[in-house]
Write a protein that binds this ligand. Structure first.
Ligand SMILES: *[C@@H]1O[C@H](CO)[C@@H](O)[C@H](O)[C@H]1NC(C)=O
Ligand SMILES: *[C@@H]1O[C@H](CO)[C@@H](O)[C@H](O)[C@H]1NC(C)=O
Ligand SMILES: *[C@@H]1O[C@H](CO)[C@@H](O)[C@H](O)[C@H]1NC(C)=O
Ligand SMILES: *[C@@H]1O[C@H](CO)[C@@H](O)[C@H](O)[C@H]1NC(C)=O
Ligand SMILES: *[C@@H]1O[C@H](CO)[C@@H](O)[C@H](O)[C@H]1NC(C)=O
Length: 539
């Protein structure tokens, strides 16, 4: 009786969360090297993580602590960043140039990340020196905690599918092309999990699988589809969606989608196809959906993607909505935060542009083309080192000035609720990402945004994500609750544009200076530039 009660009482305490137990830890040791890869069949230099291209998958559960010790064995500085991991109160670990010192060659740095209150599908990538064109990226999965309901049955398998455009040109050559002031050329091919026309996913007939598709490429929107099979969309960058069935999905660069696919067709092999969208030249790559009891290899034509252009894609984007009654990372429904009822404290309009500055190709936001400094902005801010950046060096609205270079930082108040309009006057599809946050994509449409565009906002069940596309000569509007203090990168995911200045930092500031709002600098933080020689130890 005693024993039973003891067991039962402890169980109850655990269930009620009354036993102070620390969130679990997962440890990773990663060795970053250059090595030979053969994505298109021919030898190329790639960036490997523990010998792998793409890098190892990170499997985690909500609130896990991820301790990732990265040994840089490249002959040059290196950093990893974490697309979609919110780094709550901890922009120090974000792994982009404005927050974190590069890991010097031959040295290591241990990231201590917590996937606090997150679920879903994301990826990591190398953020410096155009390394992303050589690999070093991989998938991140965050599963729900065991007692939190998930709005679909447990799938029989959970595959990461990293798709992206690829160059057979060495990334250092691509970087040199950009450094000389030229545009990035068109890619040679597309890859699915690091291979063209060579990856295979094995499924059992009758079972249902989850595919987590992330576009880890450099610039192109890709369409994803499976011969003879439908896809049920269930998750977008950490939100459970209304479960709509699609026969193909447009994945813009930097975005992630989870779909369920049921192996409900005759036992054979089927094409998985990925192709470029909105390009003059069409690139296509395939993989194989292999039924374990397959009677036949792939046959028939490779399924073709939508030929309709932007309207099809815009309609699909507008159909993606949050399932308000499903749980997210917590047991309460995702719809319990009524974002549509909150008053906006500030409207920011961000207009991107492409132009030459001093006869070199550059890209800008509100006419400012970002240039990095020798000191990460977050460290300059933390140690109060002057002369590195100025808050307010990018305006809230398009200025119509000729493009100019600056280390652009926008100031913002902790707890403000902002509306951001991405205005695209160019003829390409843009993709915007904000570190440290997810945001509600309340509207997108053709033309120029005006205050009257608010009448068509979805203030009920807009999707809540961290990367959004903006169609050519169109706008996309987002709402964002500034609940995460720090220095956060706002960037184009079109990688040449990011590299040549289409990014800035948003400094979300609280005057209180409490560790309830922002952690202290990590003890092991690398210090560089004007922060070299400072101390990270708290007094
Ligand atoms: C990393 O890989 C390189 C090359 O294979 C090897 O020389 C080195 O010892 C490895 N370092 C660690 C920490 O495993
Ligand atoms: C490098 O790795 C060692 C363990 O091998 C660890 O103790 C140390 O903190 C790491 N360095 C940094 C800067 O994180
Ligand atoms: C939304 O989630 C709920 C709760 O899990 C589920 O019962 C319902 O089928 C979902 N609705 C749609 C349209 O996906
Ligand atoms: C992969 O297959 C597609 C479709 O057959 C073809 O167009 C493409 O050139 C192939 N890619 C490579 C790198 O072989
Ligand atoms: C929003 O603003 C309106 C008009 O100023 C005001 O009546 C309302 O109470 C505000 N709502 C919230 C949630 O602050």
């Amino acid at each position: 009786m005693m024993v039973a009660c003891y067991f039962w009482c402890v169980l109850q305490l655990v269930v009620l969360g009354l036993v102070a137990s620390e969130d679990p830890y997962r440890y990773f040791n990663w060795n970053i090297t250059y090595g030979d890869i053969y994505p298109l069949g021919l030898k190329q230099q790639g960036i490997l993580i523990n010998g792998q291209f793409p890098g190892p998958e990170i499997y985690s559960v909500t609130n896990d602590n991820l301790i990732i010790n990265v040994y840089n064995n490249l002959p040059e500085p290196f950093l990893l960043s974490w697309n979609g991991i919110q780094q709550r109160r901890n922009s120090f670990q974000d792994g982009v140039y404005g927050t974190t010192c590069p890991i010097p060659p031959g040295k290591n740095y241990t990231y201590k990340l917590q996937v606090k209150d997150q679920i879903g599908s994301f990826f990591y990538f190398p953020s410096l020196a155009f390394h992303k064109a050589a690999g070093g990226f991989g998938a991140i999965k965050i599963l729900s905690r065991p007692r939190i309901p998930v709005p679909f049955p447990d799938p029989s398998g959970d595959f990461s599918v990293l798709i992206g455009d690829w160059y057979n040109i060495n990334h250092k050559t691509l970087k040199a092309v950009l450094d000389y002031g030229h545009k990035l050329p068109f890619p040679q091919a597309l890859l699915i999990n690091g291979r063209a026309n060579a990856t295979s996913f094995t499924v059992e007939q009758g079972k249902t699988y989850r595919l987590r598709i992330s576009n880890v490429g450099l610039q192109n929107t890709l369409n994803f589809r499976i011969q003879g099979h439908k896809m049920k969309l269930v998750e977008v960058e950490g939100i459970h969606t209304v479960q709509t069935t699609y026969s193909s999905i447009d994945v813009h660069v930097g975005q992630s989608y989870s779909v369920l696919v049921t192996a409900d067709q005759p036992a054979q092999d089927y094409y998985i196809a990925v192709s470029t969208r909105f390009t003059k030249k069409l690139l296509t790559t395939t993989a194989i959906l292999h039924y374990s009891n397959s009677q036949r290899s792939v046959s028939g034509p490779i399924p073709s993607g939508p030929t309709a252009q932007f309207d099809w894609s815009l309609n699909q984007a507008q159909s993606i909505r949050t399932n308000l009654t499903a749980s997210g990372p917590r047991p309460n429904p995702q719809g319990s935060y009524h974002y549509g009822l909150i008053n906006i404290s500030r409207t920011i309009i961000l207009e991107s542009s492409a132009s030459q500055v001093q006869r070199k190709q550059r890209y800008a936001v509100n006419s400012v083309s970002f240039i990095p400094t020798d000191t990460p902005l977050k460290l300059a801010d933390y140690f109060k080192i002057g002369g590195v950046f100025q808050v307010g060096s990018i305006p809230d609205m398009p200025s119509r000035k000729p493009m100019y270079l600056d280390t652009s930082v926008m100031g913002a108040d902790f707890r403000a609720f902002v509306e951001i309009v991405f205005q695209n006057r160019e003829s390409i599809v843009q993709s915007w990402h904000i570190d440290g946050y997810s945001f509600w994509v309340v509207g997108m449409d053709g033309g120029v945004w005006t205050p009257a565009s608010r009448n068509q906002y979805n203030l009920r069940d807009a999707v809540y994500r961290c990367t959004t596309q903006v169609y050519p000569k169109s706008w996309t509007a987002i709402y964002m609750a500034l609940d995460n203090v720090g220095m956060w990168n706002v960037r184009s995911e079109f990688w040449a544009r990011q590299y040549l200045g289409q990014q800035f930092y948003m400094r979300v500031y609280s005057p209180v200076g409490s560790i309830r709002d922002e952690y202290l600098i990590p003890d092991n933080a690398l210090l560089c530039g004007k922060a070299a020689g400072r101390t990270t130890k708290s007094p």
